[in-house]
Design a protein around this ligand. Structure first.
Ligand code: CP
Length: 306
């Protein structure tokens, strides 16, 4: 069931499978800082191909692979690769397929990971494809909710910021709609969640859409903040209209529920100022740290199949 499986879209996984990864990640947690004593992936090579910048996803995948005893190869920028000479994605994937046992791919084009999976025999893991999906981020986000706030069922979860281009929001809201939750989408008109995603989610769970975070903060158990994705705007003037529209202040947090947690996939720009970092509600650094055990779980499952 898991062996050699591609992880391209969160929609490819059932709730039971997401929870299986989460249980495995919890088992991996003690080894995320010390390394797995049995090095279960000792004979494996994981390739990380990043056509777009990344700190957390690439380095946590590489750390996860090494904590399990695997070796890592790949690139984090294109200048020193044959992509700079015009090599196509499909040719690069065909080549790296013969050098590795799994390919972790980040690419600016939506659908790139699906395309790559068609050219690779080894499993392809989508590490973010344009404004499309970021499924392993979704699993670590659900792991964070589960660890820091308790069972997902029954929660009210609000997404604020760039819901149009934010692929973490697209993946996570779709996955959460498989649970018993209420979802709030908080954004300016220009950055609303795409209609087709909202329409799909509304079939399963209650959805409220608003521009005002103040109006709904007291309803939320989880506030998921996102960066306005400047690099995805076709027109910089459009970006300037919405830049800085939501800034999370301590006064806002103080009006939230006692057990509210604040998450952010990071990197942040100015939407969460440093004064929030030491509040007990701030969980975004913990969330980033969970990238290692969650990605250890995913690599272990798809490379060993058990
Ligand atoms: N959350 C996330 O995807 O971060 P990076 O862009 O640093 O990988």
């Amino acid at each position: 069931m898991w062996l050699n499986r591609d992880i391209v879209s969160i929609g490819d996984l059932s709730v039971d499978e997401i929870m299986e990864v989460i249980d495995r990640a919890n088992e991996m947690l003690p080894y995320a800082s010390s390394g797995h004593p049995k090095s279960p992936l000792a004979n494996k090579i994981v390739a990380t191909l990043f056509y777009e910048p990344s700190t957390r996803t690439r380095l946590s995948f590489e750390s996860a692979a090494m904590r399990l005893g695997a070796k890592v190869l790949g690139f984090g920028s294109l200048e020193a690769t044959s992509v700079a000479k015009g090599e196509t994605l499909s040719d690069t994937i065909r080549i790296v397929n013969s050098y590795s046992d799994a390919i972790v791919l980040r690419h600016p084009s939506e659908g790139a990971a699906r395309l790559a999976s068609e050219f690779a025999d080894v499993p392809v893991i989508n590490a973010g494809d344009g404004a499309g999906q970021h499924p392993t981020q979704t699993i670590l986000d659900i792991f964070t909710i589960w660890k820091e706030s308790g069972p997902v069922n029954g929660k009210s979860i609000g997404f604020v910021g760039d819901l149009k281009y934010g692929r973490t929001v697209h993946s996570l809201s779709k996955a959460l709609s498989l649970f018993d939750v209420s979802l709030y989408f908080i954004s300016p008109d220009e950055l609303k969640i795409p209609k087709h995603i909202k329409k799909d989610i509304e079939k399963r769970v209650a959805v409220k859409e608003t521009k005002s975070l103040d109006d709904v903060i007291s309803d939320l158990d989880v506030l998921y903040v996102t960066r306005i994705q400047k690099e995805r705007f076709p027109d910089i003037e459009e970006y300037k209209k919405v830049a800085g529209v939501y800034v999370i202040r301590p006064s806002l947090i103080s009006r939230g529920r006692k057990n509210l947690i604040v998450m952010h996939p990071l990197p942040r720009v100015d939407e969460i100022p440093p004064e929030i970092d030491n509040l007990p509600q701030a969980k975004y650094f913990k969330q980033a740290s969970y990238g290692v055990p969650v990605r250890m779980a995913i690599l272990d499952l798809i490379l060993r199949g058990e």
